[in-house]
Design a protein around this ligand. Sequence first.
Ligand code: PLP
Length: 370
Amino acid sequence: MVDLQGQYLAIKDEINAAIQSILDATQFIKGKPLTHFENDLCAYLGCNHAVGVGNGTDALQIAFMALGIQPGDEIITSPFTFIATAEAAALMGAVPVFADIDPQTYNIDPAQIEPLITPKTKAIVPVHLFGQSADMDPILEIAKRHNIPVIEDCAQAIGATYKGKKIGYFAEYGTLSFFPSKNLGAFGDGGAILSNDEELLGQARLIANHGSKKKYHNEIVGINSRLDSLQAAILQVKLKYLDQYIAARQEAAQRYDTLFADHPMITTPYTAPECNHVFHQYTIRVPKRDALSAFLKERNVPHAIYYPVPLHKLPVFAESMKDVHLPETDRAAAEVISLPMHTELTEEQQVYITTTIKEFLETETVTLTS
Ligand SMILES: Cc1ncc(COP(=O)(O)O)c(C=O)c1O
């Protein structure tokens, strides 16, 4: 699905030099390497403040803590994503409330949000899924009207734009993950919190560092979640290549689109006109998805299903969500399949992948019509 080794080898000397510089300085936590990366990240995104943290899940939890989320509060988010978003809410004792998705983009459907708002709603968390921004304007409008803060979960979409602006700074907080397979991946765990508001970001920085600005003068209860110097130095090198990586992903997506060229049984990814999609995943819809997955496995074609079980049906939430009906989410979970997508993908590999999928669908057509 990804080729982290190929990506590393292409910039090996630069990465190795960055790692060596940290080893030579033996400053592993905080200090200049982290500050330099945070500054470069802000310059890339065109924003004011960023704080590096341990991972994308912590980034969400810290944002919730900074907003003062309390047990019993409700947090509206997407049911069609990785568990982290709802998990961080549940860790705070809050209740994730799931709004159904837009069937074309797989992102939270803004029209489904407002009916779910109650006096207990204390945050809205759109997830920019698969590399494409959620439809932010109506979400921000609803949030503003009800005076509810918004956290953008940008884990899968660093560098994506909405109406020409990079995501992450539209509201109170944005959160990033640098999990190795993400579009900007560290060599271990990493994450960041973004905000254009100095005070809000200061609160997040305080929480991420045991609630203290000055050593042994802890002001509030915080956690220990920091982006370490080795990861910061590696990310600083890779950030210079991010636009190149994004372009490679977009080219690969374009090639998949061409190779599938209006196939009647394949729904290729939809890019909304106001979005620049950075293709963390290339996700299609097909009939008989599970049979296709088995067929691809037999042929050694890598693929993955993001996500086979929507969050409201996971054992961790299902009991309390028996009455929750999210038809578009359920349909997506039954039909989607993600294909290899990374910066080193070759046309030859894509021809093999798409030919194998089309071969399966042809046999299916014969079976269905005979
Ligand atoms: C949408 C989303 N949010 C949050 C996370 C959590 O990030 P991390 O794995 O760095 O904790 C992920 C990671 O997979 C993700 O895809």
